[in-house]
Design a protein around this ligand. Structure first.
Ligand SMILES: Cc1cc2nc3c(=O)[nH]c(=O)nc-3n(C[C@H](O)[C@H](O)[C@H](O)COP(=O)(O)OP(=O)(O)OC[C@H]3O[C@@H](n4cnc5c(N)ncnc54)[C@H](O)[C@@H]3O)c2cc1C
Length: 386
């Protein structure tokens, strides 16, 4: 049986960021993922690093710190990650949305975020392709974007160089052997480690069920459409207020509710537009539906009529790891020393991934984390009523 210091379950942005930092500490690390790297949500998303979509408090603090890491990450990983800070906008269609965002802006400013309202007139100058039906928008200059696939590949390559062992296998059973953990896999192998990190994204609950632990993480499907390369049309990342609302709406238990749709838009450096997205509870079904794509395209044409002539080249859907409280779960399970969780980032995993990897690695190495995240441990979230 092969033995490791740390066994990571899940090769999405969270598992790979953790692998990078843990191997950087000189630890012997094994990462297991049946889908290869990026087979989950991290390989089926857009790469917006939105700060203004985070409610103030721990999420906004994490977003700030993660952005700081992003600013030096291309150099650190020695790869172009297509990271840019071009700002971001939330489109507002009526007075009600404007009032909600004005209140949020006050909180954001108190938390140190620069964000302002642009009137319809101001938008005209900055967004010549945007429909004149949009009443106003919030603008945050900190909002950034990255190419998630390049990020995953860079983390993997660097971690492999630092000694990571990567196997395309699914964990199917976990057992506690005193001061060691054993993990059995779909490949018929048994691995042993001092510590285990559950970075299973939407499947983190299933992984915890191997230990009879109930972890409230559920898959929340999101669909995306991608266009051919076209000239830059917006210059920033965009979403509408409805998209934020679906993020914040607490319908965790409504498993069969209708798949809701908002609008999100980002354009990569090559010119491909990522048009999103939906939010729905469809168990682990990660297929695209005509209804979902129709909603997305309707939004795209309404806001940017110029897109009507763009050709679509891809559709895909990913499963966001959602929690009832809208916060990620981070830390060691009190009753299972050596078993750590970093999951439940919902629509924020790309934005918060680098910081999450760093913090969880520091916790696993017994170091003080760069940001205190005690309130995100499963036990503390429960104490707060979640
Ligand atoms: C349409 C869409 C758009 C999005 N846009 C953005 C955005 O713009 N910005 C942003 O910050 N976030 C965005 N997100 C959210 C982001 O994609 C997720 O929060 C993030 O990818 C979650 O990363 P993860 O590593 O936790 O999970 P995943 O990437 O899902 O990784 C989990 C991995 O665990 C593996 N696994 C499962 N079971 C096992 C097992 N038993 N053993 C071993 N491995 C296992 C899976 O194969 C998977 O690869 C979006 C998501 C979607 C769906």
């Amino acid at each position: 049986m092969s033995s490791y210091h740390v066994l990571i379950l899940g090769g999405g942005v969270i598992g790979l960021a953790a692998a990078y930092y843990l191997t950087g500490e000189g630890l012997k690390v094994l990462l297991l993922d049946p889908g290869g790297f990026g087979g989950g949500a991290s390989g089926a998303c857009d790469g917006m690093i939105l700060l203004q979509s985070k409610k103030s408090g721990i999420l906004l603090e994490m977003a700030f710190k993660s952005l700081e890491i992003y600013e030096g990450l291309s150099e650190e990983l020695d790869r172009d990650l297509e990271f840019t800070t071009r700002g971001g906008m939330v489109l507002l269609e009526n007075e009600e949305e404007l009032a909600v965002m004005e209140k949020l802006i006050q909180e954001h400013r108190a938390g140190g975020l620069k964000v302002k309202i642009l009137t319809r007139q101001e938008l005209k100058g900055r967004q010549p392709h945007l429909s004149s039906e949009v009443l106003a928008a919030t603008y945050c200059p900190h909002d950034s974007q990255v190419n998630p696939l390049l990020l995953l590949r860079a983390y993997l390559e660097k971690s492999l160089n630092q000694g990571l062992v990567f196997r395309r296998e699914r964990a199917i059973a976990i057992s506690d052997r005193g001061n060691r953990w054993q993990v059995r896999t779909s490949g018929g192998n048994l691995y042993e480690a001092c510590q285990v990190l559950n970075a299973g994204g939407a499947w983190a609950g299933e992984i915890c069920s191997f230990l009879n632990i109930d972890l409230p993480v559920k898959p929340r499907r999101g669909q995306l459409a991608v266009t051919q390369r076209i000239p830059q049309i917006a210059g920033t990342s965009i979403c509408n207020a409805q998209y934020l609302k679906t993020r914040w709406h607490k319908n965790f238990r409504e498993q069969l509710s209708e798949e809701k749709g908002g609008f999100s838009f980002s354009q990569n450096q090559q010119g491909n537009c990522f048009l999103g997205s939906t939010r729905g509870w469809k168990s682990f079904d990660n297929s695209c539906t005509l209804e979902g794509i129709k909603k997305i395209l309707r939004g795209a044409f309404r806001y940017y009529p110029v897109l009507e002539n763009a050709r679509l080249i891809r559709f895909f859907a990913g499963l966001r790891p959602a929690t009832p409280h809208g916060l990620p779960i981070l830390g060691e399970l009190r009753d299972c020393p050596g078993f750590f969780i970093a999951a439940g980032h919902e629509g924020d995993g790309i934005a918060l991934g680098p910081l999450t990897g760093k913090i969880i690695s520091q916790l696993m190495c017994g170091k003080k984390p760069v940001l205190a995240v005690n309130k995100l441990t499963p036990e503390n979230l429960k104490k707060q009523g979640f």
